[in-house]
Ligand binder design. Structure first.
Ligand code: GH3
Ligand code: MG
Ligand code: MG
Ligand code: MG
Ligand code: MG
Length: 302
């Protein structure tokens, strides 16, 4: 987890009073990048584009008031991660409850006290950064830095249902390092870990199209989600990653497959439908991987 560094943060101020925006910008100048908007519509747009860590949101604005802006920010996947602090002149229990019910993490009362504004912003930026770091840890594999199986399971589920709605194909590559037990036995477990990382990096570099997800599935197994591909693109991808791993030229003296460490790749392709499951695609790729191994390893099978 990286140390808390306010300079990396971005804060969006949405307020219809330009003088208040100036005042708050001054109070928060040491906290990072300050963005501003003078109405709700403009604020929503900037939040979508810039994904600020924190949003200071005026309640009393027209035509769209702060509560409505807050609800929209929270219901849009592109903006829901930004923490929202309301800035309001309405004091009292009802107003406090309304702010928190709308999805805000806190509120600050006008007239603004610089020390209160700074303390609340500092607290929420720190919380925001901790949450982001924990989320990232939960989604990544600590050895290779790739996404982990847990993240992959979420990603394949979401992508499967999205492509089902559009009736578009989804490809999957299941990748397994060849004779890796022998590699460990010959070169040691630490060198084995290094080889897993090298293969992970090669896969990551080879996988660049938007929407593609590379994950470490298990020990020396990886999966790659390849949305909207056809059989030809998928086969080319399979060959390309086999070549990229060979090009690492990691010696594997006891392998009968190649002088270098190699991978086998099982490929599968479906147009998702309501009767099928992501697990079916994984099973299909797994069977193809088995055949790639049977056929002599260091190759793909579709
Ligand atoms: P095949 O070509 O059939 O896949 O043979 P293999 O030896 O690769 O297959 P097997 O599944 O029998 O062995 C996988 C090996 O991967 C065994 C295990 O010790 C090793 N392994 C799994 N995870 C790790 C890891 O995190 N680090 C290291 N160094 N080795 C690992
Ligand atoms: Mg106002
Ligand atoms: Mg294996
Ligand atoms: Mg095996
Ligand atoms: Mg293996």
């Amino acid at each position: 987890m990286s140390a808390y560094s306010p300079k990396d943060s971005s804060i969006l101020i949405i307020d219809d009073d330009i003088n208040l925006i100036r005042l708050m910008s001054q109070m928060l100048k040491d906290f990072g990048r300050i963005l501003f908007a003078t109405n709700g519509e403009m604020g929503l747009h900037i939040a979508q584009e810039q994904k600020p860590d924190l949003i200071l949101l005026d309640v009393e604005m027209a035509p769209m008031d702060g509560y409505e802006v807050c609800r929209r920010l929270k219901s849009d996947e592109a903006t829901s991660a930004s923490a929202i602090i309301f800035v309001t002149a309405k004091v009292g229990m009802e107003s406090e409850i309304a702010c928190l019910d709308a999805g805000a993490v806190d509120f600050i009362c006008k007239p603004l006290n610089p020390l209160v504004v700074q303390a609340r912003v500092r607290t929420h930026l720190r919380l925001q950064q901790n949450t982001a770091a924990l989320e990232s840890l939960a989604q990544h594999d600590s050895l290779s830095g790739l996404y982990n199986r847990r993240y992959f399971n979420m990603a394949i589920e979401a992508e499967y249902r999205r492509l089902q709605r559009h009736q578009l194909p989804l490809g999957l590559a299941m990748v397994d390092i060849d004779h890796f037990k022998k590699y460990n036995d010959t070169y040691g477990h630490i060198a084995g870990d290094g080889a897993i990382c090298a293969v992970a990096k090669a896969l990551e570099h080879a996988t660049k199209r938007p929407g593609e997800v590379v994950a470490r599935y298990g020990g020396e197994e990886f999966v790659v989600l390849l949305p909207q591909v056809d059989a030809e693109i998928l086969s080319q991808y399979g060959q390309m990653i086999c070549d990229k791993v060979q090009a690492l030229e990691l010696p594997h003296a006891t392998s009968d497959t190649s002088a270098w460490l190699s991978i086998s790749v099982g490929l599968a392709l479906v147009i998702p439908n309501s009767q099928s499951l992501p697990e079916d695609l994984i099973k299909q790729a797994d069977q193809a991987l088995y055949l790639a191994k049977q056929n002599g390893r260091n190759q793909y099978h579709l």
